[in-house]
Design a protein around this ligand. Structure first.
Ligand code: FAD
Length: 389
């Protein structure tokens, strides 16, 4: 490891690996530091994402695809379900392999990668971020850099150290618990969502197939609900009732920042990407594709800034993100806030309404607009984000 790099990326999740790879593309020296011993583990993710959202950044490869799904099934509190087919392909990834592949692509571009390196602070020069301090093998090291990219996930501290406001209200921090389990008898082409207080108040239960007989099953609820009854209790009850023969292979808990992106995601010498920047889609909680998108913008800006020797160029990042996705995320957040006010009766009505539409005409846009029919302004918003892509 050298003492100085053009760019240091903190965190080797999907956002960090994509940011590092793009940053290195025009010859900048890039270092990526990961605190865990193994990239991609533990997997804190339902692993679902649309193929469209990730294909700009990685060629599709069967080795990291566990399943392909082509419909959602929404189960209402009364137990009845509404199936919504979709035109695009949704993939259930094998995140461990997927994250490895993204890191390998970064390495191919010349990025140096170190695991078991815990970044514990930033260096400053004239109020500008100028590198990191990190711990490895019990020793503390300093590395100078022109740019630091904080890709350190939902628990990010890099942003806070840089003076960016990263705080998320407790109520907006999705509290999630998930298991991967076998002996799960579900259709392998359908993602199932259970909505209502009996399954997961203030959130939902997901059951995503990962192949024959195996699924990723989880609960995500708001921080507010979590105070009354935690996500693990909901998951245990659900699992016992719906999959009594299921055998759990792994389990993990994590947070999801279901809010619009932070107001400021760059400052002199620093950019935040992925969960660290709160680039998750606030409605779905999905952050794989959006984090990679954020990482690609930050990485490209870094490489241009280094090439032109004009570090102020990275300050364009906020505007670029807002144009490409940030604006849509504000709308998704508004939709989420309305949906989360629904009671069980409203979810039951939604199921009835959607089941009256012929299956081949059902879309997510129709699902959400029928649910929000009493909020005419919001129906326009639904069209903006689900139809005019
Ligand atoms: C239970 C759950 C289910 C989810 N399901 C889905 C889903 O189905 N689909 C979807 O699209 N999204 C899902 N998400 C969200 C998705 O997992 C994240 O949005 C995505 O992983 C964000 O990628 P990232 O690279 O920003 O952060 P991460 O993947 O969290 O990577 C951050 C990395 O930074 C490292 N790091 C942190 N601090 C330091 C430090 N100080 N020094 C060095 N390294 C550090 C971490 O070890 C980690 O490897 C889910 C989230 C949860 C919690």
């Amino acid at each position: 490891m050298k003492n100085e790099y053009d760019v240091v990326v903190v965190g080797a999740g999907p956002s960090g690996s994509v940011a590092a790879r793009y940053a290195a593309q025009k010859g900048a020296s890039v270092l990526m530091l990961e605190k865990d011993r193994d990239i991609g583990l533990p997997v804190r993710c339902g692993e679902a994402c649309s193929q469209r959202s990730i294909e700009p950044f990685i060629n599709t490869n069967e080795k990291w695809i566990s399943a392909r799904v082509n419909k959602y099934s929404f189960v209402a509190p009364n137990g009845k379900c509404a199936v919504v087919p979709f035109k695009e392909t949704v993939l259930i990834l094998d995140r461990k392999v997927f994250d490895y592949e993204l890191a390998k692509l970064a390495a191919k571009e010349g990025v140096e990668i170190f695991t078991k390196t815990y970044v514990k602070g930033l260096l400053f020069d004239n109020n500008k971020v100028a590198g990191v301090t990190f711990e490895a093998k019990g020793k503390t090291f300093k590395i100078k850099s022109k740019i630091v990219i904080g890709a350190d996930g939902v628990e990010s501290r890099v942003g806070r150290w840089a003076g960016l406001r990263t705080y998320v209200n407790y109520k907006d921090m999705g509290s999630c618990v998930q298991v991967v389990a076998t002996n799960i008898n579900i259709e392998s082409d359908t993602c199932i969502f259970y909505l209502g207080t009996n399954y997961a108040e203030g959130g939902y239960v997901w059951v995503f197939p990962k192949g024959h007989d195996i699924a990723n099953i989880g609960v995500g609820i708001t921080g507010e609900t979590n105070k009354k009854k935690n996500a693990l209790s909901f998951l245990k009850e659900f699992f016992r009732e719906y999959f009594p023969d299921g055998k759990i292979l792994s389990s993990v808990a994590g947070g999801s920042p279901t809010v619009p992106t932070l107001k400021k995601i760059s400052a002199p010498g620093i950019m935040l990407v992925g969960d660290a920047a709160r680039q998750v889609n606030p409605l779905s909680g999905g952050g794989i594709g959006t984090g990679m998108l954020g990482g690609s913008i930050a990485g490209k800006l870094s490489s241009i800034a280094i090439e032109r020797n004009n570090l102020d160029l990275i300050l364009k990042y906020d505007k670029e993100w807002y144009k490409v996705a940030g604006k849509r995320h504000i709308i998704f957040d508004k939709i989420k806030n309305e949906i989360y006010k629904f009671d069980d009766e409203k979810y039951n009505q939604m199921e009835k309404t959607i089941n009256k539409i012929p299956e081949n005409k059902r879309t997510l846009a129709r699902l959400f607009s029928s649910a929000l029919i009493n909020h005419p302004g919001m129906v326009k918003d639904v069209v903006k984000v689900f139809v005019k892509k």
